[in-house]
Ligand binder design. Structure first.
Ligand code: 2P0
Length: 329
């Protein structure tokens, strides 16, 4: 028996892109310019509770136990509008309570896990019965990277060319993979140029943008082969070069902008130094200054010790591959 007022709780984990999404061909529908491929992570996730409340005349949104306001609130309402439209229930409003277990300290964007969890909980609270592909398409409307957080393991987001064809799916399980990600926190504050603005500026002004698309497409093909072969070295190498090429789009935009701090560059050099010493690890960096280190189990503790000494152990967090979307209630 379906009780319409029963809370629905969904959990989604964050993901780290190994081949990055950086640019949209459709801003409204969030259709990307290129395929991306990520690894879903276990330790960082969002739990979101959505309850249909017939007494409400507007959505009520709590994020991390605070009433959401301004653009944060509007972004959730805009997303729920899509859900209402799909469910053909324009007058239904929801109580949303979203709790991020993504330490802001880790410098992971929480929008991927947040919109994946919201998509799952809100669609079920609205009585929509979506399969995982439909759920990925819906999550995409909230935040592009959220389309990937529906799935576990190595996940590919297919560019597509419209709402129907742009969705993510698991490329391969990571259950039999030896891979971990060490998150290095260098800065905790919100970034000055949002991913959304940064992508748009890169697409419209970087003279390297068309080259990026070609490279990203070939990186996708090569990293998939490396995943098939359990070839950590190639996965790491492609991830590091792809991330730096993404950042080259910010440097070459007009006006140019830079997510790195001096410390970001120092950490990239540290990683390269470790590699020279035979400790295999690779850097990847999203739209901010923090660095993530890809490594294997045998080297993880050595690498952690190294960065603990440089940054303090509270700024060094080890993560492993995680699961896809889950309903807790
Ligand atoms: C990624 N990033 O593939 C890339 C790499 C950051 C750097 O997806 O505008 O929050 O909501 O679709 O997904 C972060 O951007 O952007 C992101 P929107 P999103 O993970």
């Amino acid at each position: 028996m379906m009780n319409k007022n029963r809370p629905v709780i969904a959990r989604a984990h964050t993901n780290i892109a190994l081949v990055k999404y950086w640019g949209k061909q459709n801003e409204n529908l969030i259709i990307p310019q290129n395929d991306s491929l990520s690894l879903t992570l276990d330790q960082f996730y969002t739990d979101t509770t959505v309850t249909f409340d017939p007494t409400l005349t507007a959505d009520a949104v709590l994020i991390d136990n605070e009433v959401a306001q301004g653009s944060d609130y509007q972004r959730v309402v805009d997303f729920l509008d899509i859900v209402r439209q799909k469910a053909q229930t324009p007058d239904r409003f929801f109580n949303v309570n979203s709790v991020n277990h993504v330490p802001t300290a880790a410098g992971f964007a929480s929008s991927a896990s947040a919109f994946a969890a919201l998509a799952a909980a809100a669609s079920r609270a609205a009585d929509l019965k979506l399969d995982l592909t439909e759920l990925s398409r819906l999550a995409r409307r909230g935040s592009g990277s959220a389309s990937r957080s529906i799935f576990a393991g190595f996940v590919q987001w297919h560019t597509g060319n419209d709402d129907e064809t742009s969705y993510a799916e698991q490329y391969a399980s990571a259950a039999d993979w030896d891979i971990g990600v060490i998150a290095l926190t260098l800065q905790k504050s919100r970034k000055k140029v949002s991913s959304r603005q940064g992508m748009q500026l890169s697409v419209t002004t970087s003279p390297f943008y068309s080259e990026w698309i070609k490279l990203a497409n070939s990186d996708i093909e090569q990293i998939k082969q490396a995943i098939d072969q359990h070839d950590f070295t190639t996965v790491g190498h492609i991830s590091e070069t792809n991330a730096l090429r993404m950042h080259a789009l910010t440097l070459s935009a007009d006006p140019g902008f830079i997510y790195f701090t001096g410390q970001t560059i120092e950490m990239i050099n540290e990683i390269r130094q470790l590699r020279k010493m035979g400790i295999e690890c690779y850097a990847t960096i999203d739209a901010g200054p923090n660095v993530k280190v890809l490594c294997q189990k045998e080297n993880a503790s050595k690498i952690m010790t190294h960065f603990n000494q440089l940054l303090g152990s509270e700024n060094v967090i080890y993560t492993t591959p995680g699961s896809g979307i889950e309903y807790l209630e």
